[in-house]
Design a protein around this ligand. Structure first.
Ligand code: HEM
Length: 151
C-alpha cells in the first residue's frame, strides 16, 4: 500500500510540474504568436486547473502526509512538532506547498479569467504562473532532500 501511495504522489507531482513546464516551454512560445492567444490560454488553463489545481493539489497533500507517516513511522502531528532534519525539510516543503496553493487559486480563478481585460492583468497572470513553476521546482528539490534523509 505505501508503494501505491508514493506512486500516486509521484504521478500527480509529474502532472503538476509537467503541465507547467509544458505550458512554459512548449505551448506558450507557439500560442503567443496566434491572434486568439489569450482565449487559447484561458481554455487550456481551465482544463489544466481542474486536474492540476482542484484535484491534483489536494491529492498531493493527502498522499504526501501519508508518505511522511509511512516513511518515518511517526504520526503527522508529531512530525509537525518535531525538530528532526526530515521534519524540518517536510515543514519547508509544506510552506512552499501552501504558497503554491494560494498562487494557483489566485492565478486560475481570479487572474486567468480576467486576462483578456487588460495587458496589465495578462502580464501579472503570466508572472504568477512563472513564479508558481519556480516554487514547484523548489518543492521537487525539497522532495529530493527528503529522499536523502532531510539533512
Ligand atoms: C506541488 C506539490 C508537491 C510536489 C510537486 C511533490 C513532489 C514529490 C516528488 C517528486 C516526490 C518523490 C521523491 C522521493 O521519493 O524522494 C515526493 C515525495 C514525497 N513527498 Fe511530495 N510533493 C508535493 C507535495 C507534498 C506535500 C504537500 C507533502 C506533505 C504533506 C509531501 C510529502 C512528501 C513525502 C513525505 C515524500 C517522500 C520523501 C522521501 O522519500 O522520504 N509532498 N514529492
Amino acid at each position: 500500500m505505501k508503494e501505491f501511495i508514493l506512486f500516486i504522489h509521484i504521478v500527480f507531482a509529474s502532472l503538476w510540474i509537467g503541465g507547467m513546464l509544458f505550458m512554459a516551454i512548449v505551448l506558450s512560445p507557439y500560442v503567443k504568436k496566434l491572434p486568439l492567444s489569450t482565449k487559447i490560454f484561458q481554455e487550456v488553463g481551465k482544463r489544466y486547473s481542474i486536474v492540476g489545481t482542484v484535484i491534483g493539489l489536494p491529492v498531493l497533500f493527502i498522499t504526501g502526509a501519508l508518505n511522511a507517516v509511512n516513511i518515518t513511522g511517526i504520526d503527522f502531528f508529531s512530525l509537525m512538532k518535531s525538530n528532526l532534519g526530515y521534519a524540518i525539510i517536510l515543514k519547508e516543503k509544506l510552506f512552499f506547498f501552501l504558497l503554491t496553493v494560494i498562487l494557483a487559486v489566485f492565478h486560475d480563478f481570479y487572474l486567468g479569467p480576467r486576462a483578456n481585460l487588460s495587458k496589465k492583468i495578462k502580464f501579472i497572470t503570466r508572472i504568477v504562473g512563472v513564479i508558481n513553476l519556480i516554487i514547484g521546482l523548489i518543492i521537487i528539490f525539497l522532495a529530493v532532500k527528503l529522499r536523502f534523509g532531510g539533512e
